[in-house]
Write a protein of this length. Structure first.
Length: 236
């Protein structure tokens, strides 16, 4: 799909999710190009007088929201959120997600877990039968990164998964560092038939800070495709 067409669908999904926002809400703001469309549209509503308080999931989103004069708080100031709207790298029919392509998975998961509702906005290319076509991001501590990578590979192998586990780097060649000061392993395991089992094994590895499997968190996915916008799950 051409980039412009995909971006237009991201924008349409973001616009549809705006219907779930009500005055007085405390909102989590996701990270990535789809979430950025939502933040831009939200900024227009705030300029028109919408009263909300938002918690960003990354420094990138914080900067965008600040530039739009969207009222912001930290998660410590607003520890219980009504709704979070965020993008995803993949989703399946059970609303299970792979996230972290933008490297914000840790804060995204913390904010999603603090939200009563979590709506994912996505274009139709993100829909998969089985998670894993997108390399799974795993955020790790820099200390002992090689040892942790070995544990990740063995945890995957125990479930019959293999594939390249690559330390993420920036376009300039320097190692990618998350907002929390950690590193990211991109794990090209291919299809992950048992995401819950992999999530349990990854979470048990010392040195793994968080992984990009978001299971049981999304309450709805708003997906825009060539035929229009549809919702999976409950928007209310
Ligand atoms: O998880 C994320 C960032 O950590 C993003 O939501 C995910 O990468 C999707 O990004 P985009 O909307 O740009 O396709």
């Amino acid at each position: 799909m051409p980039v412009d067409a995909a971006d237009d669908m991201k924008k349409r999904a973001a616009a549809a999710a705006l219907a779930a926002v009500a005055p007085g809400m405390r909102l989590g703001l996701g990270t990535g190009s789809t979430a950025a469309h939502f933040v831009a549209l939200l900024g227009e509503r705030v300029r028109e007088g919408l009263d909300i308080l938002c918690v960003p999931t990354s420094e990138r989103t914080r900067a965008q929201a600040e530039a739009l004069a969207i009222p912001l708080a930290t998660l410590d100031e607003a520890p219980e959120l009504d709704l979070t709207v965020d993008g995803a790298d993949e989703f399946d029919s059970s609303l299970r997600l792979v996230k972290g392509g933008g490297g914000a998975l840790l804060r995204e998961k913390i904010v999603a877990a603090a939200s009563r509702r979590f709506i994912v906005v996505a274009d139709a290319t993100k829909r998969v039968e089985t998670l894993g076509a997108f390399p799974l991001p795993v955020e790790i501590d820099a200390f002992g990164a090689r040892a942790t990578r070995g544990h990740v590979e063995r945890a995957a192998a125990a479930l019959g998964l293999s594939g390249e586990v690559r330390l993420r780097s920036r376009p300039d060649g320097h190692v990618f560092v998350t907002d929390g000061g950690h590193l990211v392993l991109d794990c090209a395991f291919g299809a992950i038939p048992a995401p819950e089992a992999l999530a349990d094994r990854l979470a048990a590895i010392p040195g793994v800070v968080e992984h990009g499997l978001f299971l049981g968190l999304a309450t709805a996915v708003v997906v825009a495709g060539p035929g229009g916008v549809e919702s999976l799950g409950r928007l209310d």
